[in-house]
Ligand binder design. Structure first.
Ligand code: TMP
Length: 233
């Protein structure tokens, strides 16, 4: 995996619906980079900074059912603004590889395509929040809603604390966003949101089939990132 060195100074986002397996694949990618001696700045959204984690708690708190969609969008962007300034931009400037679990693509899918806010408005606010620091590549983990339901049922049966059900049961451990994702129509729109983005910007996005077993998804991730960002390495 020596080619990973070619990723230094690049910004890659792993994104997709809840339950797509993106975070597991991201952890594996970080581990592969560490083995190859590539310095990585790993971040997650919302959160990733002390301020951002406070914003995350507000966003995911199930007591905040009355939060307006615009407030929600701006809070995700506020967390992002802090993350870019405090962690992402300095890391890129130092030549590190930045790997992010979610970014603007999540807001476009969840608050835009699924929520109903205009994509133009979200792009405009994103420009202010990020100051133009945008990913070189966004890897979308595409998975059909049925597979997500099956995976989440598996989690439910093991009573995994902190994860909620997208199968329709509002259990004790789910958060406010997972409650939203329990709606089948919302889930389908989120998925379409990601696929639309990828279709509109094929040079900046890549889609992997995340319904496949984790090992196969991993092979797709490695192949895709290498082909896009380290073709000659
Ligand atoms: P996570 O489960 O990947 O940590 O993400 C938290 C939730 O926030 C998840 O349901 C997706 C949602 N989300 C948005 O709706 N908009 C955003 O901009 C981001 C970053 C996340």
């Amino acid at each position: 995996m020596g080619w990973l060195r070619a990723l230094e100074g690049r910004f890659i986002v792993f994104d997709g619906p809840d339950g797509s397996g993106k975070s597991t694949q991201l952890a594996r990618f970080v581990a592969a980079c560490a083995s190859a001696g590539v310095e990585v700045c790993e971040v997650r959204e919302p959160g990733g900074t002390a301020i951002g984690e406070r914003v995350r708690a507000i966003l995911l708190d199930r007591h905040h059912e009355g939060m307006s969609l615009r407030c929600e969008m701006l809070l995700y962007m506020a967390s992002r603004a802090q993350l870019v300034e405090e962690r992402i931009r300095p890391a890129l400037a130092a030549g590190r590889l930045v790997l992010a679990d979610r970014f603007v693509s999540s807001t476009l899918a969840y608050q835009g395509t699924a929520g109903g806010l205009s994509l133009e408005d979200i792009h405009a606010v994103a420009g202010i929040a990020t100051g133009g620091t945008m990913p070189d590549l966004t890897v979308v983990f595409d998975v059909d809603p049925q597979t997500i339901i099956q995976r989440t049922r598996g989690e439910d049966s093991r009573v995994v604390r902190g994860r909620g059900s997208v199968a329709g049961m509002k259990d004790l451990f789910s958060d406010r966003m997972e409650d939203k994702s329990a709606d089948a129509e919302f889930r389908a729109k989120v998925r379409r949101g990601y696929l639309d983005q990828a279709a509109a910007q094929p040079d900046r996005y890549a889609v992997v089939d995340a319904t496949k077993p984790p090992e196969e998804v991993w092979e797709q991730v490695v192949k895709t990132v290498r082909a896009r960002l380290a073709p000659g390495a």
